[in-house]
Design a protein around this ligand. Structure first.
Ligand SMILES: N[C@@H](CCC(=O)N[C@@H](CS)C(=O)NCC(=O)O)C(=O)O
Length: 198
């Protein structure tokens, strides 16, 4: 199995983290975004959307962090990570969408503006990020894990990276006690791997 990866990418970290939690490894293939390697034909043949992460496993070529988490959970992980109950499936899909929308356009965007000096509207991204943190804190005040299960699922793995990196986007986590407790629960899981920092 090969993971086309950028070490500082939170989207790639979702996959590296999940591989660690399920005790699997992948060959990490570095992609040079600055050199535009992700827009060249060799990479587009793996992920036509021209983004990392991208996974190769046998004949399968798959882009998008959430698609990859879903595949890995079904193919290699214990059922707890993506339980098949209808309500749980609905909740997991809802959190994966939250990760791709509120988190990506808020916490992740604020981080790339601050950390990588990318042009963008920082106050707007931070406001969206704070809104995402408020929603998370409200949920986590009542539930240990996002999908309201007794064990963590891929919903937690998808949302964790950009929340734990929120301070790199200028967002304080001190006002969100339930989010902080959830971050600590994830860090305590067997197989947890940290994200490299700049
Ligand atoms: N929805 C995608 C977003 C992936 C994404 O935005 N990847 C960034 C790196 S974190 C990327 O490849 N950016 C280069 C580009 O979009 O051209 C996912 O969840 O994997």
């Amino acid at each position: 199995m090969k993971l086309h990866d950028v070490p500082l990418s939170g989207n790639c970290y979702k996959v590296r983290l999940f591989l660690g939690l399920i005790g699997r490894s992948a060959e990490l293939v570095p992609v040079d975004l600055l050199a535009g390697a992700h827009k060249r034909p060799a990479f587009l043949a793996i992920n036509p959307r021209g983004q990392v992460p991208a996974l190769e496993d046998g004949e399968l070529r798959l882009g998008d962090s959430h698609a990859i988490l879903t595949y890995l959970a079904r193919q290699y992980a214990a059922p707890q990570w993506n339980p098949l109950g209808a309500a749980t499936q609905g909740r997991i899909a809802s959190w994966l969408s939250f990760s791709a929308n509120e988190v990506q356009h808020g916490l992740a965007l604020a981080r790339v503006i601050v950390l990588f000096k990318r042009p963008g509207d920082l106050p707007s991204a931070q406001a969206k990020g704070r809104h995402a943190l408020e929603l998370l804190d409200t949920t986590l005040a009542e539930h240990r894990w996002l999908a309201q299960t007794s064990e963590p699922t891929i919903a937690d793995v998808a949302v964790y990276p950009y929340v734990t990196l929120a301070e790199e986007g200028g967002l304080e986590l001190s006002g969100y006690p339930y989010v902080q407790a959830w971050l600590a629960r994830i860090r305590a899981l067997p197989g947890y791997v940290p994200q490299p920092r700049l």
